[in-house]
Write a protein that binds this ligand. Sequence first.
Ligand SMILES: [Zn+2]
Length: 443
Amino acid sequence: MVKVHTVGGFSEVGKNMVVIELEEDAFIFDEGFFLPAIVSMEERDRVMTEKRLKSIKAVPDDSAIAKFKHKIRAQFISHAHLDHVGAIPFLSDKYDAPIYGTPFTMEVLNSLLADNDIVLKNSQHAIKPNTTFYVQGKNQKYKVDFINITHSTAQSLMIAIQTPKGAIIYANDFKLDDTPVLGLKPNYKRLREISKEGVLVFVVDSLYSGSERKTPSEKVARVLLEEVLLTIQNRNAGMIVTTFSSHIARLKSIVEFGKKLNREVVFLGRSLDKYSTAAKNIGIAPFLNDVNISKYRRQVERTLKRVEKKRKDYLIVCTGHQGEPGSILERLSRHQLPFRLNKDDNIVFSSSVIPTQVNKDQFAKMEGKLKKSKPRIFRDAHVSGHGGREDLRDIMQIVNPQHVIPSHGGFDKTKPMVELTEELGYKLHKTCHLMQDGGILEL
Ligand SMILES: [Zn+2]
């Protein structure tokens, strides 16, 4: 028997969690946050407990797997984004099973645990991408592959586990980037080897299956940034870039362009500190060594006072690309920090607004306030971390699974993937399965 439990991330974008149940053993893949719910929490009552998080539906509803929780042998984390790792501090200790992720992901997890004053009982294992290892079941060992894949944060994985009926590959989230700015290329070779031995189920990130394209490489985002940062005319003005804090490759490009401009790069904001420190700790980000990072309010204020006087000598990298209340850019827009924006300043968004109502609203609010100071605004110096329809066609042909489960969203997001699999010879309900949260597929 092989059962795939689609616990979270199949009726919404976020709170990803999948459980594979076999006769005597079971395995968890990801335990993530539903970020719109977290964002909506008031700053002052961000007391995170499992009960509170469940009540606002910010974490996966894992009650359906409670009856076989004694079978759980391992918990795997695919990458360091909060919609994949965020709920680990609050849910994982219910299971008596070690946690596995890449060194970067485990560093980020450690920092999340420290933020919440949580010490986990379960052991934690940092395993490098492109490693094959074994986890112990009740009566047998299972071969697991951490397969390197490209995405918008460092050390992301496709994870394969061998079952008696064939491999199961969990592929949330990825793009196919053969020229990554940081880290390794996708490991097509290992995927082909596993495919040859037979893949039973492929759980595949279909978030952008509706966009008929190949998602451009991170090197394209680098060029977009270069265009803005190195070729605009008002080089003596203030320069502020905001991007996803977990996007270490993007931060690398920004820091390198800052150097070319002879500007000192300063990072402002807690989440930038969190991910940069994780990357530095595991030695993948030497380019951050001479970046000044300000995390606490006082530090941020001190840095900004210094920068304001000589703004042409600095490049500010800060939080707030989604207009998040309390982020640095949002506070700048409300004149809550000792730095006055003026009409010569440049604000570069190396990001796109995540298309949820909460994000759209808070971004519009911040943008309106920023524009009162009339700075130059550059949007969309960015490419996505999720593959488009043609990446999905490529990966389907490499992996060649018996069954496909489109993931990373509700039907609105995953339906185009069904059409693609039909083109490739799969049949809905027979070999391609559209699941919802709490669903079970038995094979
Ligand atoms: Zn992700």
